[in-house]
Design a protein around this ligand. Sequence first.
Ligand code: NAD
Length: 497
Amino acid sequence: MDSIPHVIGGKETHGHSERRGEVWNPAKGERSAEVSFATVEDVGAAVAAAKAALPEWRRASLAKRTRVLFAFRELVENHKQDIARLLTLEHGKVLSDALGEVQRGLEVIEFACGIADLQKGQFSENVSTEVDAYSIRQAVGVVAGITPFNFPAMVPMWMYPIAIACGNTFVLKPSEKDPSASMYCAKLLQKAGLPDGVLNVVHGDKVAVDTILRHPDIGAVSFVGSTPIARYIYETGTAHGKRVQALGGAKNHMIVLPDADMDLAADAAVSAGYGSAGERCMAISVLVCVGGAADRLLPKIEERIANLKVGSGLDPASEMGPLITREHRDKVASYVGKGADEGAKVRVDGRTLRVKDHENGFFLGPCLIDDVTPAMSVYQDEIFGPVLSVVRVKTYDDAIGLVHGHRYANGVALFTNDGGAARKFQSEVEVGMVGVNVPIPVPMSYYSFGGWKQSLFGDLHIYGPDGVKFYTRTKSVITRWPDPRFRGVDLGFPQNK
Ligand code: NAD
């Protein structure tokens, strides 16, 4: 069985640990590889390699850094089928979805290729006689990224392309459940000409993460994952003097007004509810039907669910693959039972699904639960699986009230044909990413991604302009090249003359 190593200072190593994690093929329900779990010393070695590579990389010209990124962009483009296949094998998502993931990551690399423009400072001439003032954006130093299982290529790409473009060196701790895409991309970056030590990859669990959070040589940490861990990362990292951005979980509502195009809304709810088996932080998990919308919308959703093909992600006919692990599949399935026990109506029950020739795979069919109320666990908790809960409300105000009452505020969508309602909604809704007739409003690479409330701990969103701000520190400089006429001691506070 393959054993997946770390990449430290450009070299593959299994480090010092006896401890290993298991990587599974979720469509088959079989173990496919094991992965070394980093010790405190292993993480220390990765940070030391990043620190050693820092002076030269920070000094590298913008032209050189840009060229590495352009070369990396080209390599990812040329190898995207291979990366997508790795994602399907370890995560389970269908190949077309995996390719979409690589594409969205590629867009962040393309954004980072513009670093020469993005990292510009400001300049003011003659702020006082013979005095000029300017600001420069400099790399933070050694920075780290800790990422979740559900986008094993894209989420790391939200981080390291921008961080290294800005002149930082990086330690990545990808999800231990599907680490191979990060290994593959680290090799592509090496081929693109990135000096050894600028990107290091360590695998592991809490031991590795805690070492990163406490390491005195790490200046900033980006995290994406579940809310309890995001809060812990933020609190521990900031307590150790680091800049931290920690993106957490979600419960995204899709509100459907009675005037909406119900076919468009049904397509959107099914795509955004069951795409990637609901394992997306921007998945729609609550459908809020206003007025009589439910009675017209739900039959259309049921029709579409009946035609969904669930199976191995490598089968081109499959539209939805398995969940990441057996434990996670069972946990998601248990929510369907809990919903029924708490009084909701299970309209479509995916728990009975069996996939031919993949009987041991971690599959769960799409589930649709009606008459859900805010007190129920299916409404309150992030389930992270193919379970769509329907809440029926009377008015638009009731719908907004629901959204505002929830602790998560990552994404939200409104489906309507009323421009006035849509405009009011986008202005007043207290959620970080908003879609109007768009169910998954993931910002372009040149905006930034992030939720509000318990979906984000920290001040800056991830990638885009906020990414450049996060990975740089501003220094302001004031210079004077005096004219001999202005010599002389002056003990007064500097005034602008
Ligand atoms: P997770 O929180 O379990 O793990 C994320 C990372 O934290 C992994 O690298 C993991 O090894 C590490 N980790 C896990 N437990 C830890 C602990 N006790 N101490 C220190 N580190 C620990 O998340 P996951 O299950 O891999 O991913 C799914 C979650 O990620 C969902 O909640 C989803 O909403 C969220 N997510 C959020 C976004 C976003 O942008 N807001 C994007 C993708 C995923």
